[in-house]
Design a protein around this ligand. Structure first.
Ligand code: GRF
Length: 199
């Protein structure tokens, strides 16, 4: 069975949505390890409460190459096949990405390529777009840039705040991340340049 490795930095609500679907059998995989780069990450506590293998590897003050090597070792130790970034607030080095070619997923709270980077929901409101959303993509060496697996659109309402919009996007994130994992596990696609073509 495919072994998932989840990397997170904070709240972990995307992780919890994935874990619910794994527990319910609607994702045909197991969560081999949940790694947090901040010891106080709520997602790590949630993983422990679920009886999952939760590992804290603090990143503070560590050189990126050294830190990423620690991550790769922990992922390999747990025989991870597919890495899911779920609110993991760090850039990954090229050497990390080469370890898992087209086997790292990320979720971003905008319709990429619009609004990459931090505070995507704030960026969308400030720009005045009428529709934003979320994207699950494979991770390559550029920020929020790899081939897109799935997106969901979310309307921006007149009286939206960053909090209200983020909450509405988050509901879609929880839905499409699991869907993207199912698609990645099924493997019924080919990658043509930037495009993922489903068979
Ligand atoms: C989500 O909005 C995700 O798109 C972004 O970081 C946030 C993480 O939320 N990458 P959570 O920790 O999964 O609740």
């Amino acid at each position: 069975m495919t072994r998932l490795g989840i990397l997170l930095s904070g709240r972990g609500s995307n992780f919890e949505a994935i874990a619910d679907n794994v527990a319910a059998g609607s994702i045909d995989a197991q969560i081999a390890v949940v790694i947090g780069n901040r010891a106080e990450a709520r997602g790590l506590e949630a993983a422990r409460q679920r009886g999952l293998n939760a590992v804290s590897i603090p990143s503070k003050g560590l050189d990126r190459e050294i830190y990423d090597r620690m991550l790769v070792e922990e992922l390999h130790r747990n025989a991870v096949d597919l890495v899911c970034l779920a609110g993991f607030m760090r850039l990954l080095s090229a050497s990390f990405i080469r370890e898992f070619p087209n086997r790292i997923l990320n979720i971003h709270p905008s319709l990429l390529p619009a609004f990459p980077g931090l505070d995507a929901q704030h960026q969308a409101l400030a720009h005045g777009v009428k529709i934003t959303g979320c994207t699950v993509h494979f991770v390559d060496e550029d920020l929020d840039a790899g081939p897109i697996l799935i997106q969901a659109a979310v309307p921006v309402l007149n009286d939206d705040t960053v909090e209200a919009l983020s909450e509405r996007i988050l509901r879609e994130e929880h839905r499409i991340y699991s869907e993207a994992i199912r698609l990645a596990l099924a493997g019924a696609y080919r990658v043509e340049g930037r495009r993922i073509i489903f068979c």
